[in-house]
Design a protein around this ligand. Structure first.
Ligand SMILES: Nc1nc2c(c(=O)[nH]1)N[C@H]1C(S)=C(S)[C@@H](COP(=O)(O)OP(=O)(O)OC[C@H]3O[C@@H](n4cnc5c(=O)[nH]c(N)nc54)[C@H](O)[C@@H]3O)O[C@H]1N2
Ligand SMILES: Nc1nc2c(c(=O)[nH]1)N[C@H]1C(S)=C(S)[C@@H](COP(=O)(O)OP(=O)(O)OC[C@H]3O[C@@H](n4cnc5c(=O)[nH]c(N)nc54)[C@H](O)[C@@H]3O)O[C@H]1N2
Ligand code: SF4
Ligand SMILES: [Mo]
Length: 733
């Protein structure tokens, strides 16, 4: 028996922890943390280790599936599947034009560099513009804030955790999520090191989360962060705590921002936020006077009714206190693989260059709100969506109003999915194509991996040959293009990479693959060897020789604002018109609905990954069920006992799930995890019950966050009531 240990890294979440795979005769035996990975140093979370269950899952799709009229699937050959898909697509494009074709790409795409580029090229080559992603349920508001502040949608500034004295964290729970928008595989160590050296970690969150519990918690009412941040800025300006020298040097518009905050003293915003003015004032003063401080937020900041504004104000807090682009503050990312730089330089990281057909919402880096997919399918007329590719996504569970999307998917002329499983979305597909897992492909991280306080790079070869007939996603798009007689590179978006491409051509590199592209970019990038011109630079050979990864610099660079900010004057724009208008709109909040007195927010669980790891026996061990967290007083008022079934009703839908009574949520707040309520090909997941919280969310264009078209998933008005009368508490017991 051939047993081998192979060094690689996990691509489930942004920590990208180092892993060692034990491979026996071509099959994965087990995964363990890599002690020699310089960043994760022998740490991995339960999901990373349990990925063995996914890799070897008997429910995994390992050959192409084609739908039969009765809704079941036949296994077919790749040749047959691709031939059939190419033929059907060709007919759709001939009849309705390329504008009828679209794609949704899910979260796992962000962990590899190849699929996004190739599927994007394919769609653009067809003339399609219906592009959607999980980003509109995740981070697009952050991208838009960056576009407005820095002129660069790809700049997601991150906290310099190893050197900060004050981390102000709003709407993130890294002890569970392991960090997002900042790469910090040993996040617990990084946060505790801050307090150990005398600094502070303050967590603003409606729930007393795992992270809030470990540090200082400031409870806040859901979706009130804009008011809270405006008040913090108010205090900082009012008490002359702003670093005006830095503001003059680095920014424009700071006086307009200051004037704007005048209307938001903490005494007035308390009714929204629930934060006492003295607490807020002290917090603002402490933040401003810390030697180095940084404000950081993630999905809790991004998914409310004013997500873009909140992201903007969070950055403003760091900037106004002179903490931008300096040690211990908020840092710009300099990409090891400058893929997105190419996009920025060639004007491809766009915002609002076009509007959606339905709802008129702006594109964000060429994608539209995924909440609109259902209506784009159902609304007749020019540009109606008729053929959809779903790659590594499960929008029926992760996008608002899954039931409507499910119905709409059935109206498509063609639905093709590339996935590991039959999930709740692609169970409606005409074809499910088996994709490789991350262990079955070469990778080098880019994008968010650059948001790393220590500059680091690691590349990995595939540690396993694809199981069954699984194929790399990019190869599927490459092959479909070939069968349809399309060249992905002749014209279209790869014109952006034209310099690189013609260079490759001249050197006789042959067939263009994503790996070639990425290796060239890495070599010409800021840490690259420039093909021999820079001796210490990295190249593919060095990466192969250092499989645990290479620390390129202990600290991320500072003083790079000129390079990072892409606005014409090179300065950060603190008061763009869009943001000013959004502050104006803060007044026009939905009136409170007395029938829906509670507010639902999301939460993540250590042993879940959105909707797709509930089929792992290891992760589902014990008492794992879907539960809504409800405060004892709300539970009592509704007559709900621990473990009872609760009906949660919003303006848009209702779900039933189990109650978990806990004072970690404040009265009036209900925290419900997403990604449950399974009915796919994953048998254990199906048996685990639970409900799809996104049935409570609105997919109406008018309800989406206006600047980025974000789904509003936090702070959603609901009411609760018992379902099972038998489970009501007995008087006297
Ligand atoms: N209410 C609420 N809803 C939310 C959120 C929330 O906080 N609250 N969070 C949102 C966020 S942040 C996100 S990112 C989205 C996620 O939304 P999605 O990306 O739509 O959903 P996932 O559950 O991540 O599903 C990923 C799919 O990809 C498959 N997969 C896994 N690895 C691979 C691979 O390597 N290749 C291929 N082809 N397939 C693969 C899985 O089997 C699964 O079917 O959910 C969003 N929805
Ligand atoms: N274990 C695990 N890890 C994951 C994932 C997973 O599903 N499971 N998903 C991955 C993905 S796709 C992502 S994008 C990241 C997300 O990474 P994080 O954003 O760090 O993850 P969350 O746990 O959703 O943290 C969001 C926090 O915002 C809070 N919140 C909700 N509403 C509000 C509000 O109105 N105001 C404020 N201030 N806070 C609010 C929630 O209570 C929650 O604690 O996690 C990644 N890591
Ligand atoms: S924290 Fe867990 S899921 Fe995320 S990269 Fe590390 S091992 Fe993988
Ligand atoms: Mo996400």
């Amino acid at each position: 028996m051939a047993v081998e240990q192979r060094v690689t890294y996990c691509r489930i979440c942004e920590a990208l922890c180092g892993l060692i795979a034990t491979v026996e005769d071509g099959r994965l035996h087990s995964l363990r943390p890599d002690p020699d990975n310089p960043l994760s140093r022998g740490r991995a979370c339960p999901k990373g280790i349990a990925f063995t269950d996914i890799q070897n899952d008997p429910d995994r799709v390992l050959s192409p599936l084609r739908r039969r009229p009765d809704g079941t699937f036949d296994e077919v050959s790749w040749d047959e599947a691709l031939g059939d898909i190419a033929g059907r697509l060709t007919r759709i494009v001939a009849t309705h034009g390329g504008g009828a074709v679209g794609q949704y790409f899910g979260n796992p795409i962000a962990f590899g560099y190849a699929t996004g580029i190739w599927s994007g090229l394919f769609l653009t080559r067809l003339g399609g513009h219906h592009q959607y992603s999980s980003g509109s349920q995740d981070i697009n508001s952050r991208f838009v804030a960056s576009k407005l502040l820095y002129g660069a949608a790809s700049q997601v500034p991150f906290p310099d955790l190893p050197r900060t004295d004050f981390l102000f964290m709003l709407g993130a729970n890294p002890l569970v999520s392991h960090g997002s928008g900042v790469r910090t595989p040993r996040v617990k160590d990084d946060l505790s090191a801050i307090t150990r050296r005398g600094g502070r970690v303050v967590v603003v969150d409606p729930r007393r989360t795992e992270t809030a519990r470990a540090y200082e918690h400031v409870p806040v009412r859901p979706d009130s962060d804009a008011w809270l941040l405006l008040s913090m800025l108010h205090v900082i300006f009012e008490e002359d705590l702003a670093d005006t020298a830095a503001l003059d040097r680095q920014t424009t518009g700071w006086r307009a921002l200051r004037d704007l905050t005048r209307a938001f003293p903490p005494e007035q915003t308390q009714v929204r936020t629930g934060v006492a003015p003295d607490i807020l004032r002290t917090l603002a003063r402490d933040f401003a006077s810390a030697p180095a401080a940084v404000a950081y937020g993630r999905t809790g900041a991004c998914l409310g009714r004013h997500g873009t504004l909140v992201c903007h104000l969070l950055d403003a807090l760091s900037i106004v206190t002179g903490n931008l682009d300096r040690a211990g503050g908020m840092l710009f990312a300099r990409a090891v693989v400058p893929l997105e730089d190419v996009g920025e330089k060639t004007g491809k990281m766009t915002y609002d260059t076009a509007r959606s057909r339905v709802g008129g919402l702006p594109e964000v880096i060429s994608t539209y709100p995924a909440a609109l997919i259902a209506e784009e399918i159902l609304t007749p007329g020019e540009g109606q969506l008729r053929a959809l590719f779903v790659t590594a996504g499960n929008p029926v569970l992760t996008v608002p109003n899954g039931p409507m999307l499910e119905k709409a998917l059935g109206e498509l002329d063609l639905l093709v999915s590339l996935d590991l499983y039959v999930n709740e979305t692609n169970s409606h597909a005409d074809f499910i194509l088996p994709a490789t897992t991350f262990l079955e492909r070469y990778d080098v991280p880019y994008s968010f991996a650059n948001c790393s306080p220590t500059v680091f790079v690691q590349a990995t070869e595939a540690v396993l040959a694809p199981y069954g007939q699984a194929r790399n996603e990019w190869e599927v798009f490459d092959e479909l293009a070939r069968r349809m007689g399309l060249s992905l590179f002749a014209t279209g978006p790869l014109e952006r990479f034209n310099g690189v491409l013609s260079w490759l051509d001249r050197r006789g590199f042959g067939r263009m693959t994503p790996r070639r592209l990425v290796e060239v970019l890495m070599r010409i990038g800021p840490y690259g060897d420039r093909f021999g011109l820079r001796r210490n630079g990295i190249n593919p050979r060095k990466l192969r020789a250092n499989p645990h990864g290479i620390v390129l610099s202990e600290h991320a660079p500072t003083g790079i604002r000129d390079e990072a900010v892409k606005l014409p004057d090179g300065k950060v724009s603190l008061a763009p018109a869009e943001i000013l208008a959004e502050v104006e709109r803060l007044g026009e909040r939905h009136p409170d609905n007395p029938d829906l007195p509670l507010m639902a927010i999301g939460m993540r669980e250590v042993r879940s990954q959105n909707s797709w790891m509930h089929n792992s026996p290891t992760l589902m061990k014990g008492d794992r069920r879907h539960r809504a967290r409800i405060h004892p007083s709300d539970a009592a008022a509704a007559g709900l006992a621990e473990g009872a079934t609760v009906r949660v009703t919003s303006e848009y839908g209702a779900i039933e799930t189990e109650v978990r009574i806990t004072d970690e949520v404040a009265p009036g707040t209900v925290a419900i995890p997403h990604g449950w309520g399974h009915k796919g090909g994953w048998q254990l997941a199906n048996r685990s019950g639970g409900a799809n919280v996104n049935e409570l969310m609105s997919n109406d264009a008018a309800d989406l966050e206006r600047l980025a078209g974000m789904s509003v998933l936090n702070g959603v008005a609901v009411r609760i009531e018992p379902v099972d009368v038998a489970a009501l508490p007995h008087p006297g017991t």
